[in-house]
Design a protein around this ligand. Structure first.
Ligand code: ZN
Length: 144
């Protein structure tokens, strides 16, 4: 199996068996965004306890890339502080912009989206959930 095929398998697995795709009542971060270019819709919800992500969930619809990315986000955000979440968003955006290889070892399954960098129109699909999370963190901090 080539690396590209392995990456495709990881994305399809998250798309077909999304993690934490469910409502999350009384979330501290609750934000919906869409990607009109592709028709993707994502709602990211995070519940915090002592400044750490205690639970994360998403709902939405759209292409396999957008949904798989949101699924990975909910798994990876859990247990992280908001600073760590923001560092992860930065590292992922860096990889998707094709600029930075730094911090890739922290990206886990997200490296599966590396192949998407070749298709600029799909990059927005991959980062949609993460942009939404970042905006939610910023809003949460502003309102605190
Ligand atoms: Zn999409």
């Amino acid at each position: 199996m080539s690396l590209d095929e392995l990456y495709r398998e990881i994305i399809l697995d998250h798309y077909k068996n999304p993690r934490n795709k469910r409502p999350l009542p009384a979330a501290d971060i609750d934000l919906e965004r869409n990607n009109p270019l592709c028709g993707d819709e994502i709602t990211v919800r995070v519940r915090l306890a002592n400044g750490v992500v205690a639970d994360a969930a998403f709902e939405g619809q759209g292409c396999s890339i957008s949904q798989a990315s949101a699924s990975m986000l909910t798994e990876m955000a859990k247990g992280k502080s908001l600073d760590e979440v923001e560092a992860l968003v930065l590292a992922f955006r860096g990889m998707m912009s094709g600029k930075s290889e730094a911090g890739e070892e922290h990206l886990g399954d997200l490296v599966a989206f590396k192949g998407v960098v070749k298709y600029p129109v799909r990059i927005k699909c991959a980062v949609l959930a993460w942009d939404t999370l970042q905006e939610g963190v910023t809003k949460h901090r502003g309102g605190a």
